[in-house]
Design a protein around this ligand. Structure first.
Ligand SMILES: N[C@@H](CCC(=O)N[C@@H](CS)C(=O)NCC(=O)O)C(=O)O
Length: 209
């Protein structure tokens, strides 16, 4: 049993890319946020937090991109995570930063009501989120530098995660094309058949244009 629950264009694209790159045989089910499918009793039985991604395996359910990606690599495609302990720690460190910092910066823009009950300050939260998110994209651009992949010479599950934020930046009209390293890397990502399959399946903004 290997089934991914995702929502097109959400952070679950990271796990979707990781699975597709791993070559594992998996099922997938898209949930529509517009129809609030992540909050149905049926889905809440899979992930009581009502979030995607969720990966159902024989032993139960794994949530959180960082855990799903580490599991997928360990179980199906070890080359997708560094084997060296220091490099592996760096990979997890980066994914933790994506999850704890970069993603929540964007959530301030898309869901300010998560951070305050006072609608009069939604715009302030959106503005601060946008500044923080843009600073994070610039930091990722610097981290990539002249390397072919986020961690260095080897493509990893971290790359799929980093692609989510480039797409989100484009979606909210941040000037992502100004980020030369991140943009050149994004083009290398789009040249990977597995990445393209996922983006096309999800009708992602990066292939729709
Ligand atoms: N840190 C979690 C974040 C999960 C998360 O917040 N997912 C969002 C989509 S990007 C979600 O399911 N949102 C649905 C909702 O908020 O109702 C992860 O990386 O898996």
């Amino acid at each position: 049993m290997l089934k991914l629950y995702y929502a097109p264009g959400a952070c679950s694209t990271a796990s979707h890319i990781g699975l597709e790159e791993s070559g594992a045989k998996y099922e997938s089910q898209a949930l529509s946020f517009a129809s609030n499918e992540q909050k149905t009793p049926e889905y809440l039985r899979i992930n009581p937090r009502g979030r995607v991604p969720a990966l159902v395996i024989d032993e139960g359910t794994i949530v959180e991109n960082t855990a799903i990606l580490d599991y997928v690599a360990a179980r199906y495609a070890p080359a997708l995570m560094p084997s060296d302990p220091v490099q592996r720690a760096r990979a997890i460190s980066l994914m933790a930063w994506f999850s704890n910092n970069v993603h929540p910066a964007f959530t301030h823009i898309s869901r300010p009501e998560r951070f305050t009950d006072d609608p009069s300050i939604f715009d302030k939260l959106r503005e601060k989120g946008r500044a923080n998110f843009w600073a994070a994209l610039q930091e990722i651009d610097g981290l990539i530098g002249s390397k072919p992949w986020v961690l260095g010479d080897q493509f990893s599950v971290v790359d799929g995660y980093a692609l989510v934020f480039y797409g989100w930046g484009k979606r909210i009209n941040l000037p992502v094309e100004e980020l030369k390293n991140y943009t050149a890397w994004k083009d290398r990502m789009l040249a990977r058949p597995a990445v393209r399959r996922v983006l096309e399946r999800e009708k992602n903004v990066l292939v729709a244009a």
